[in-house]
Design a binder for this molecule. Sequence first.
Ligand code: HEC
Length: 439
Amino acid sequence: MIQLKNLTQLCLSIYVIAAFSAQSLAQEAPNYSKDVAPILQEKCAACHNPEGIGPMPLLTYQQVQPFAALIHDRTSKRIMPPWHVDPGIGIQSFKNDASLSNAEIDTIEAWVEAGAPEGNPADLPTPITFPSGAEWQLADQLGPPDLIIKSSPFDVIANGQDQWWTPSVPFAGLDQERFLKAAEFKPSYPLGKKVVHHGHAVLVPEDGGRQVALARYGVGKSWEMFPEGTGMRVPANGNIAWNLHYFPVGAEGDDDVVEVGLWFYPEGQQPERETVGEAMFRVDGLKGMARGQDIVIPPHGYQVLQGTHRLDAPAVIHSYRPHLHMRGKVMTMEAILPNGDKEVLSQVNKYDHNWQIAYIYEDDVKPLLPTGTILQFTSVFDNTANNPINPDPEQWVVFGRRGVDEMSHAWVGITYINEEQYTQAVAERRAQQETLRIQ
Ligand code: HEC
């Protein structure tokens, strides 16, 4: 018990107590070593490392501290990590969710507001080793691919301009028709990871039959894996039409080769459900108009476009990947059911053309839609100066394949099923939900 002899001592004691509690508050503020480094390691470092696609490494306090304010800005606006689906509406459970939780965003904010302290390096998490970009991401689950197809080599020039490379390469390696289970699109590493913006590999069968998109890629989307019992029919012969869009910024190299790894169901096995993989749903030029004809965005203005598609068979939706360009801001996918109920399935509300993210639904929330459902897509374009990546708000903007022109469609991973499979799938989903409710 402290004896207070005089006023001076009283004041001194109060001062000491105040100083002490200020210190304990400071201790409560998050610090880098204990609180922030684990978040950055888990959610950022895979790209923000010296070989990754992020512009700067974020692996040590010395690297992170100068970017503290910028990190706060990008994370609080949910621009980084790249995951631009609206967290407030629609399905929220995804196989490839890369987003930060609200608690993680708050931790980063409190850390930056406290002056971005380092804390005690002894509290740092054990460093992790990143899977090299040279490895197949699906190999952990599926082993090495059954077949690898390669584009012909391309010399990449670092001129910061769009470059397209569209070689046709014979498809070899299968001696009979097979069913695809998974595919992964792998640019070379490290060069290709930095310079291949998007692309696809489409099999054009020898007999002139339906073309099969084996793999579609965008920065943010590199693989596709169908659920057990679902596969895509792949004929044995034909040519691969590669369509590669390079966007080199400061990186160059000769003979760049893109690979696609393919995993099949065993020979002779036909899965119960045959999928078309990602299908294009247009949000432009419908009702007899030429594609893209209705995209006309005025200078300093906005445009909203809507596209509706009736499902002529029941369907399961696996994934959602909007495709707009630099003025595109929002794309919403809604289902209008035959009974009139309307539901937002997903909404990307922070679309950023630098990223082509496929939002892959968890199996137990994949939309199961009856025949007659209308899928309705709504795109919003912002050609004002408020749009940070708008190259020139003075321009009228129309349809075109350059990033400065516009597009408006969604790639939707979809499997059409028959009525019997639909009834069964709905019953299974109900039973699952029932079990969840009881637990
Ligand atoms: C999938 C790869 C990837 C992940 C994961 C990722 N980033 Fe990024 N980051 C990028 C790329 C590429 C850019 C540059 C292009 C852009 O801004 O979209 C970038 C840009 C940034 C910028 C802006 C840099 C500048 O100079 O403008 C910040 C800040 C940032 N990231 C922080 C983070 C943080 C913090 C995380 C984790 C919470 C994170 N990033 C996760 C790839 C990634």
